[in-house]
Write a protein that binds this ligand. Structure first.
Ligand SMILES: Nc1ncnc2c1ncn2[C@@H]1O[C@H](COP(=O)(O)OS(=O)(=O)O)[C@@H](OP(=O)(O)O)[C@H]1O
Ligand SMILES: [Mg+2]
Ligand SMILES: [Mg+2]
Ligand SMILES: [Mg+2]
Length: 327
């Protein structure tokens, strides 16, 4: 299958959502609300999910969407202002948004995993979004447990990480068997991307989360050093980290369980789009024990622990270093 239509709809949806997110950030409407797990959510997360679910439902009415957010909190009477804000942002990209429609579009993301489903993180890295750092709109199509299409819109990512003050806003796209591309969000011809094939680890760089509670910085550091990576890590929020590996700007992304939350299980929407972008760029993605991520069980990767994303060449060495640093 060429997945041409899936790819086009996913790109259109992610770009519309990214526009909402950047608008919210530029207008400084970024006060966070707190979810029941104490994590933050903003009007941009809701607006992004609404517009993407709406466009997916138009293109693929039979496909379930497993999204991060739902509208249960947003329909509370105390949240009327926030719902009105979300509606007006969604209205700026579709012209038939009403509060009721927006709630129903957000709730389209309450789908269940099936033989074919989409998984959506309307803003991955909400903490980064709030800090004015990196975030990503992440959308992926999964069939029979295999990611087939992945789109990552990273509106704040420098097109060239070596030029942090240069142009920002990158769209990564991958289709199984067709390679991975990146293109500035402002437009242009998509260019094919590949992971770095450098085996001189001294020149390589690794990426990790900003938040200490989302990983284990000290063990990640130990493992990277054991592999021979001497440069300081680049800390970056969201699946933009997958984009950095896929485009050869980093050789490794390590996400080891935080000692604060040893039983945390990763969510499918935090990894599906990034995984295919890296794999199609020639890299490898496994958990910390070397097992492939299993996207066919549920919204959590219950069979996996931690995530290791690499250029492939150094993957086995990284897994060996992880075994050696096991306590
Ligand atoms: N304890 C723990 N361990 C691992 N991961 C966790 C944990 N808690 C939350 N999350 C998820 O982390 C997602 C953001 O990951 P990032 O790599 O962007 O983290 S960071 O913002 O740089 O800290 C974040 O995604 P969003 O909620 O979409 O922002 C969460 O799903
Ligand atoms: Mg979240
Ligand atoms: Mg996320
Ligand atoms: Mg999110």
């Amino acid at each position: 299958m060429s997945y041409q239509q899936e790819k086009q709809v996913a790109i259109e949806a992610a770009l519309a959502a990214a526009k909402i997110c950047e608008q919210v950030r530029s207008e400084r409407v970024t006060q966070a609300m707190e979810k029941s797990d104490k994590s933050p959510v903003t009007v941009a997360d809701y607006g992004s999910q609404a517009v993407i679910c709406r466009l997916l439902a138009q293109g693929f009415p039979n496909d379930p969407v497993v999204g991060e957010e739902d509208a249960a909190d947003l329909v509370e009477p105390t949240m009327a202002n926030q719902l009105a804000q979300v509606t007006s942002y969604v209205q700026s990209v579709t012209n038939d948004a009403t509060p009721e429609a927006v709630v129903s579009w957000i709730n389209l993301g309450n789908g269940e995993i099936g033989p074919r489903y989409w998984t959506l993180d309307p803003i991955d890295g909400t903490k980064g979004f709030l800090r004015n750092d990196q975030y990503a709109v992440a959308l992926a199509l999964v069939e029979q447990g295999e990611v087939k299409v992945g789109v990552l819109a990273c509106p704040a990512l420098p097109v060239n990480l070596a030029q942090p003050d240069g142009e920002r806003g990158v769209l990564f796209v991958a289709v199984r068997g067709q390679g991975a591309t990146m293109v500035p969000i402002s437009g242009g011809e998509p260019e094919s991307i590949q992971v770095t094939d450098a085996d001189n680890t001294a020149e390589l760089r690794f990426v990790e989360s900003v938040e200490s509670g989302h990983g284990d910085h000290s063990r990640q550091d130990l493992v990277a050093k054991a592999v021979g990576i001497t440069a300081d890590s680049l800390r970056m929020d969201s699946q933009a980290k997958y984009g950095a590996v896929a485009s050869g700007q980093a050789a490794l992304y390590l996400r080891l369980p935080s000692s604060k939350y040893p039983n945390y299980r990763e969510k499918i929407w935090d990894h599906a789009a990034g995984t295919i972008v890296v794999e199609e760029a020639g890299g490898l993605v496994t958990d910390m024990h070397g097992k492939p991520l299993n996207f066919s069980i549920g919204s959590k990767l219950v069979e996996n622990q931690g995530v290791v994303v690499s250029n492939g060449v150094i993957h086995e060495t990284v897994l060996a270093a992880l075994r050696d640093t096991a306590n």
